[in-house]
Design a binder for this molecule. Structure first.
Ligand code: FES
Length: 107
């Protein structure tokens, strides 16, 4: 099962095995990772699942679709080039080892 590492603002890291086909957001929520709120349940409508993908991992992801790109303009913490909505990141075997950094705040 792919392992995803979530790094909090204080640099505390948790590595979690997340099933293929679910999302990086669900991997966090189901394992009580602080810093992912996911108010809309994964519908790309709240931006409270915002993460910064580690720069070393960024080229492993497909580009954001237009609806995700639009919502990234409404994140509580500043949008960066590596910003993504974790609910829109579907876990695949190819994402094993993905590292995401949690923003300072989500709402
Ligand atoms: S959970 Fe709402 S945008 Fe991702």
């Amino acid at each position: 099962m792919p392992k995803i590492t979530y790094v909090s603002v204080d640099e505390t890291a948790r590595t979690i095995e997340v099933p293929v086909g679910t999302s990086v957001m669900r991997g966090a929520v189901f394992n009580d990772v602080d810093g992912i709120v996911a108010q809309c349940g994964g519908n790309a409508q709240c931006a409270t699942c915002h993460v910064y993908v580690d720069e070393a991992s960024a080229d492993r992801l497909d580009a954001a679709r237009p609806d995700e790109d639009h919502m990234l303009d409404f994140t509580a913490s500043p949008r960066r080039d590596t910003s993504r909505l974790s609910c829109q990141l579907t876990v695949t075997e190819d994402l094993d080892g993905l590292i995401v950094h949690l923003p300072e705040r989500q709402n």
